[in-house]
Ligand binder design. Structure first.
Ligand code: SF4
Length: 496
């Protein structure tokens, strides 16, 4: 862990603040310095809000984050201000259109479960993905699987296909497995955090969102937005990635949740973080709870402090650099110009990165190695995985380097060296059958059209596009020798 949860020893990363010059929580709660009449006359709205904060906020004590809390005066004020703001400003999002909260009386069990399903799907999609991107995916998903019962009948191939491009495919698999689990149990939709947590793939965050938004359970929801808002409200400079600190954020968020409208309150807090209290450019002048914000108070008192100093910036773990050789294997029956060529796709193992997804044959390399070694690695892979000896059982029509592509995952930077390997299987169908028998991996071969319609990951689609462009450029280019031959042929024909 990078820092401590103790205010005495924590510091603001990236700003060069040391514990000695960091305004401590005690400093935040010190009585306001006397403001002269002159200063008062020119007082900015920010200073006014800060003075309000000083007068309203309960003094924080110097110590561990466990000691920080919202006072009994702060809580009703924050709840009322946030809910009022949310009622007037909430974004119109498709998953919010299903029976608004507060309809407790009239809403049927089916409708509530439909809402729970919608919240579940949207919250899972929204993890690591922007709202604007999610809307399209959500609408397509709901069109295809409008209820949990429809989803439970789907298979992973269809789900991956619809999810293609959203990334973090494990989330899609868990959604499917969770839906199957709930439907197979033949019980009602789990309504509480404790029952939701038993469903595969549902963690604290999703359980809190579904239970509070769909079933009005008074429980908090803590995501990056909530952590940021609370860290600023309370000027918490502890490491937000530290598990103990995160636990305390859950405790603080739990204190704040409004029992009369828990779902709306949680959404309001997240919405504030997403739209006003943003990581780099918070719009404090329009913030409905700025009068309760300690970070704003500190920044007004000390120009070297900014609200964006909270929460503490954590240095990201260094990305791993991986290298792979990717071979786009195209199998043709005659020569390369035949239109009925097929591409070989391999299914990744069921565990690990991009589990169970389709990709072109590829080999993870020890490091950046030369072309000959990459080809050797691919040849071995094809032989071991499919019994395909490209020199004995095939005619190599062509083998060319297409280029390089770097795909960035959250913790890995994968550099792929891509080749296009066009093969003509000498034994034709018999050879295919032999491949089927000796294959140690699941594979299929598909035509070019299927490649563009299949739900392939964005990395595989990128490789496919690169190969497509490469082939187009190559067909536009007629080598000088061939041009000369064509010229001579035309001349001869004319003479005849
Ligand atoms: S927007 Fe500004 S005032 Fe509001 S919580 Fe965030 S930092 Fe504080």
């Amino acid at each position: 862990m990078l820092a401590h949860s103790n205010f005495k020893t924590s510091y603001l990363a990236g700003k060069g603040h040391s514990p000695a010059n960091l305004p401590s929580m005690r400093r935040c709660s010190q009585p306001p310095t006397t403001v002269s009449k002159k200063e008062d006359a020119t007082e900015s709205p920010t200073m006014k809000r800060c003075k309000q904060a000083k007068s309203k906020a309960e003094p924080n004590t110097l110590g561990d984050m466990e000691d920080i809390n919202f006072s009994t005066e702060e809580i009703p004020d924050i709840r009322a201000s946030l809910l009022k703001w949310y009622d007037e400003n909430q974004r119109d999002l498709p998953w919010r259109r299903i029976s608004k909260n507060g309809d407790n009386g009239g809403i049927s069990v089916e409708e509530r479960e439909r809402k729970a399903y919608a919240v579940w799907v949207s919250e899972v999609m929204l993890q690591q993905t922007r709202v604007q991107t999610v809307i399209d995916y959500y609408n397509r998903w709901m069109e295809k699987w409008p209820s949990i019962h429809h989803l439970a009948k789907a298979d992973i191939e269809e789900v991956n296909e619809l999810w293609a491009g959203l990334g973090y495919y494990r989330r899609a698999r868990f959604l499917l497995e969770g839906a199957k689990m709930i439907v197979e149990d033949k019980t009602e939709f789990p309504k509480t955090v404790s029952s939701l947590r038993k469903v595969k793939g549902i963690g604290d965050y999703t359980a809190g969102a579904v239970a509070s938004i769909a079933f009005n359970e008074t429980v908090p929801v803590v995501d990056g937005n909530v952590i940021r808002v609370i860290a600023r409200l309370k000027a918490v400079s502890s490491n937000p990635k530290d598990s103990k600190t995160v636990k305390n954020f859950w405790k603080l968020a739990g204190r704040l949740v409004d029992p009369s409208r828990p779902g709306d309150f949680n959404q309001a807090l997240m919405e504030l973080g997403a739209t006003i209290c943003t990581p780099l450019g918070p719009n404090c002048s329009t913030c409905p709870i700025s009068h309760q914000c300690h970070a704003l108070l500190l920044s007004a008192k000390d120009k070297s402090v900014q609200v964006t100093d909270y929460p503490m910036k954590v240095v990201k773990a260094k990305q791993r650099h991986d290298f792979s050789a990717v071979s786009v294997v195209e199998i043709v029956e005659g020569d390369e110009s035949q239109s009925d060529s097929r591409f070989l796709l391999v299914k990744r193992p069921d565990k690990g990165l991009l589990a169970g997804l389709w990709e072109f044959p590829s080999v993870l390399l020890e490091g950046e190695i030369d072309l000959a070694s990459r080809r050797k690695a691919i040849d071995n892979f094809l032989k071991q995985s499919f019994g395909l000896d490209i020199r004995k059982s095939c005619k190599i029509v062509s083998r060319e380097e297409v280029g390089e592509y770097v795909h960035v995952f959250s913790h890995i930077r994968l550099k792929m060296c891509i080749e296009l390997l066009i093969l003509n299987l000498k034994g034709g169908k018999t050879c295919m059958q032999r491949m089927q028998e000796s294959a140690t991996l699941t594979w299929k071969y598909v035509d070019g059209d299927a490649l563009s319609s299949l739900g392939l990951t964005s990395g595989v689609r990128k490789v496919s596009t690169m190969v497509e462009k490469f082939k187009q450029n190559r067909s536009n280019f007629v080598p000088a020798k061939r041009r000369k031959r064509q010229k001579e042929k035309t001349a001869n024909e004319m003479e005849c």
